[in-house]
Design a protein around this ligand. Sequence first.
Ligand code: DAT
Length: 178
Amino acid sequence: MRTDPNIIITGTPGTGKTTHSEALAERTGLRHISVNQVVKDRECHEGWDEEFSSWIVDDDKLLDALEEDNVKAGGCIIDWHGCEIFPESWIDLVVVLRVDSSTLYDRLSERKYSETKLQENLDSEIMEVLLQEARDSYDEQIVVELTSNSVDDMESNIDRIEAWITQWKKDHADESEA
Ligand code: DAT
């Protein structure tokens, strides 16, 4: 049984996953797991996809690496542009960040993404691919969609998630005492 929750922060690249996860980790002491970093550092991939400039992820190796890091024990903020591979039993909250197309276009252009990658990500955001993936993979009660267009949005999101963590810990402390 976990004493700290596990939270996925997901969304299309550029929606603000890393920025939110780092700020939340700093405020709450939870551990920020950058899944892209794990994929790269622990070689959980089958090579590099030139067209999309991204690793071809080996899901089994990635899950093994996360098991080794004892992620299921709790207290992790899992930052990734995907959420369906994690066992449902590991996860307490799934936050899907959303942005307007024009904002996303500006953020991804700054990253100098190729035209193919930029368009793929804009389409993915418009088609709500990550939101649908989250809803298909987890109980609807634990999936929350939050807007991340502005710094004000981000601050209110972080306040809200922090309050949720505090309440979760309180509820679970009550449960273990009961
Ligand atoms: P991701 O990890 O989803 O790819 P990021 O956290 O790296 O996204 O953010 C991409 C860029 O956008 C980065 O320069 C920070 C900025 N940003 C993210 N969320 C924001 C927000 N809510 N308001 C203003 N800027 C934001």
